[in-house]
Design a protein around this ligand. Structure first.
Ligand code: SF4
Ligand code: SF4
Length: 408
């Protein structure tokens, strides 16, 4: 489409990038068919094509209103539109630029600002989130049902982390909320990799990947989190001690793979960010490559499962069918899941900031996952896991913990 970006942004790196993305869009509307918010609300402005047009207007200097912000807020950043688009429009990158501009040019009501500030302060900090979660668990019986269901009643123990003993080593990201909500995920990944000859290690003090603050309206704070994480990882990477960085949360994986792009204009970090993005693998990619070694181990067969591929895995990282292949090779029976390309409504802090839309998406997703009557639901991202578990009695867990159980 034709563009005429306003003077204030035209010659900036963001302006040039946004212009190139906008010019690729031919306004065909194929993307609307796979947009979860368009499917729920039926409003052009709650679909990708409408949002692209709203961002174009904002970048061209037209008036930016609270309605503009509302339609961008309702976007899940699931990027299903991106993997549908035949013209290669990088909607997610345009949204980062558009949201930053809209955030600067409009004023949110005080309560909304406070809510976002609190989420951005608490969630990425394990030392704040862990005690608050423990308090929440104590208070759970006295909380309204809707709030209580978002707090897990118990957390399974992590189990032992194997002592590093192999020449092959990989680095894992502990993450921010995952160690409190499901500490067993990384430990299970470490035990599975240990059995196929790879030692998984974590860098001390390496926490949030930056996605949380970046996507909630504090992009500079998110970039500061990214630089802090790179600083924690860099000594290990520089020594050449690890062959890959392994992600057990697909949301973090999608973000870390974007580091090269996000820090491309920062001379102090661009080279490091590029190397880190190139080294990053989702745990499914690692296990898939090493599957032959896994198959030489005794594996129990059976078990009907439904797999929910998080948007950050299938659209953000464009990894489709890999986890399903690994699970099938490990002897799981995968039930069919209709509309598996659609978001479950978790989407970072979306479930807190857009509770009605999120709850509807969760109900739809759980009904699709339950349609094949699986014994349990497996997924690949802590956010989706906690969100889905809050709406069903059926067990929901990370697929690597289920795979580990098969090997025992
Ligand atoms: S983003 Fe892609 S699919 Fe959507 S309207 Fe533009 S060109 Fe068409
Ligand atoms: S990112 Fe997801 S919710 Fe947002 S416009 Fe694209 S498909 Fe719709």
């Amino acid at each position: 489409m034709q563009t005429a970006l306003a003077d204030f942004i035209r010659d900036t790196p963001e302006g040039r990038e946004a212009d190139a993305i906008l010019r690729k869009c031919v306004h065909c509307g194929f993307c609307t068919a796979t947009c979860p918010t368009y499917l729920l609300l039926g409003d052009e402005n709650d679909g990708p094509r409408g949002r692209i047009y709203l961002m174009k207007q904002a970048l061209e200097g037209k008036e930016i209103t609270d309605r503009t912000r509302l339609h961008l807020d309702r976007c899940l950043t699931c990027r299903a539109c991106e993997t549908t688009c035949p013209s290669g429009v990088q909607y997610g990158r345009l949204l980062d630029i558009g949201r930053k501009l809209v955030e600067e040019k409009t004023a949110r009501p005080a309560w909304e600002r406070i809510k976002r500030r609190v989420l951005a302060a608490v969630l990425p900090c394990g030392f704040l989130f862990a005690p608050l979660l423990a308090l929440g668990r104590l208070a759970r019986p006295f909380l309204p049902a809707r709030l209580a269901q978002t707090i897990p009643a118990s957390v399974a123990r992590a189990g032992a982390w194997p002592t590093p003993r192999h020449a092959r080593k990989m680095l894992a990201l502990a993450g921010c909320v995952q160690p409190s909500l499901a500490p067993g995920i990384n430990a299970a990944a470490a035990r599975v990799l240990d059995r196929i000859g790879i030692s998984l290690v974590e860098a001390k003090g390496a926490g949030c990947c930056g996605a949380l603050r970046f996507h909630i309206g504090y992009q500079e704070d998110g970039l500061a989190d990214i630089r802090a994480l790179i600083d924690r990882w860099w000594p290990t990477i520089e020594r050449g001690g690890v062959e890959a960085i392994v992600m057990t949360a697909s949301g973090c994986g999608a973000m870390v793979k974007e580091y090269a792009h996000l820090l491309r204009n920062d001379p102090a970090y661009a080279g490091k960010a590029e190397k880190i993005s190139a080294m990053t693998r989702d745990i499914s990619e690692v296990i898939d490559t090493e599957c032959a070694r896994l198959e030489s181990l005794p594996v129990k067969k059976g078990g009907r499962i439904a797999f929910h591929p998080p948007c950050t895995l299938q659209h953000g990282q464009n990894i489709k069918g890999v986890t399903e292949r690994v699970l099938a090779r490990a002897g799981f029976e995968l039930t069919p899941v209709p509309d598996s390309h659609l978001c479950c409504g978790s989407a970072g802090t979306y479930s807190i900031l857009q509770p009605e839309l999120s709850a509807q998406l969760k109900r739809n997703k759980l009904s699709a996952l339950a349609s094949g009557e699986p014994e349990e639901i497996l997924t690949a991202n802590i956010g989706c896991l906690a969100h889905l578990q809050s709406g069903t009695e059926r067990p929901v867990r990370h697929w690597i913990t289920a795979l580990e159980e098969r090997l025992n």
